[in-house]
Design a protein around this ligand. Structure first.
Ligand code: SF4
Length: 348
């Protein structure tokens, strides 16, 4: 089992539920936009959020952002140790920085001191594209062993300073190297692992690669937190992450929303309703299946397993529970009523 590392109110590793995380795509300095995106992510089921901190204004923004969100926040920093210290001072719950990139041991010491004072963990993030030249030469390219060696060196810098609140990620742009690197790493270290396939592409492409890579590792008991990287809406990263965890049998308690593919019989806007309801209730914890079906012909029958659902009909939808019709909902009220029924069922 990996060691447990606390990030604000959540724990990564130590056999705790695998944490779902994402990263904002806003300019962190745009505080209202960043808060709004984090709140959206949180509603969809995000449990830990990372923001980019490329300058001091972004570090300062963390203070106001933190006041308006309820999930822990990770500051993503490259190279500049002063930004890391500022991010910690302004309230980041965790930082992502590679000590090997900071410059000098003195600078790393300053960051470690600030992190220790506030019990802030550090994620060391190794990406296949940014491995040091001498390591690449030693291993003959950015192979899995070179990625692990990079992580090993970064970890050693922190350990030598008596710092052990470490989370590690080893991400490659392809599934095979990501799996290999994480397997080698997990045999040697007990630090919690952040899983992901980096720069994985458009949502459909990235979801497939992420699912294959992350699922394979989760199945071997490797991975304590996951981030699906997609070139698209961030909420899609959360939806994908949840489904990967569900497929791997790791987070059965997450609400499941199913929907029909739609066809010429469709009487309601299944895509919009499914997207919207996922955003509204995605963070609800509980064994509950919700079905959004386009018509009454196949809807209720095909969704017999669902606890609650709707099937499109003329001017609205039939509300059904366990495959039985229990009422009619007007078109405009579908989302409100469905959300209310879901919350009622979950006793919220
Ligand atoms: Fe088509 Fe109805 Fe089946 Fe949806 S539920 S795919 S609309 S037949």
């Amino acid at each position: 089992m990996t060691r447990a590392v606390s990030v604000g109110k959540i724990i990564i590793g130590g056999g705790n539920p695998i944490v779902i995380q994402s990263m904002t795509k806003t300019d962190t300095k745009d505080i209202p936009a960043t808060i709004s995106q984090i709140n959206e992510l949180e509603k969809a089921g995000c449990e830990l959020v990372r923001v980019a901190v490329p300058d001091i204004e972004s570090a300062k923004a963390i203070k106001d952002i933190k006041r308006n969100i309820s999930i822990p926040l990770v500051a993503d920093i490259h190279f500049d140790y002063k930004l890391a210290i500022a991010a910690i001072e302004y309230g980041a719950d965790k930082i992502r920085i590679n000590p090997g990139n900071i410059g000098s041991a003195e600078k790393v010491k300053e960051v470690v001191k600030a992190a220790k004072e506030r019990n802030i963990p550090i994620r060391v993030g190794v990406n296949s594209g940014s491995i040091r030249r001498d390591i690449l030469e030693r291993f003959g390219g950015s192979v899995a062993q070179a990625m692990v060696e990079s992580a090993r060196e970064e970890i050693r810098i922190l350990e030598d300073m008596g710092f052990f609140d470490i989370v590690v990620s080893l991400k490659a742009t392809d599934v095979k190297r990501t799996i290999e690197a994480n397997r080698i790493f997990a045999q040697e270290f007990d630090y919690p692992v952040h899983l992901g396939i980096t720069a994985s592409g458009l949502p459909i492409v990235g979801a497939i690669h992420s699912a294959i890579g992350i699922y394979a590792l989760l199945n071997e008991g490797i991975g304590d937190t996951i981030r699906v990287s997609l070139t698209g809406e961030p909420v899609l990263e959360i939806i994908t992450a949840k489904e990967i965890l569900r497929a791997a049998g790791k987070r059965d308690e997450l609400i499941r929303i199913i929907s029909c593919p739609t066809c010429g019989r469709r009487a309601i806007d299944v895509i919009r309703i499914t997207e919207e309801i996922t955003k509204r209730v995605g963070n609800i914890k509980g064994k509950l299946t919700v079905a959004i079906m386009g018509c009454e012909v196949n809807g209720p029958g095909e969704a017999k397993e669902a606890d609650i659902g709707i099937a499109g009909t003329r001017n609205g939808a039939v509300l059904f529970s366990k495959g039985k019709a229990i009422g009619f909902v007007k078109d405009k009220e579908i989302l409100e009523i469905l959300e209310r029924e879901i919350r009622n069922l979950m006793g919220l």
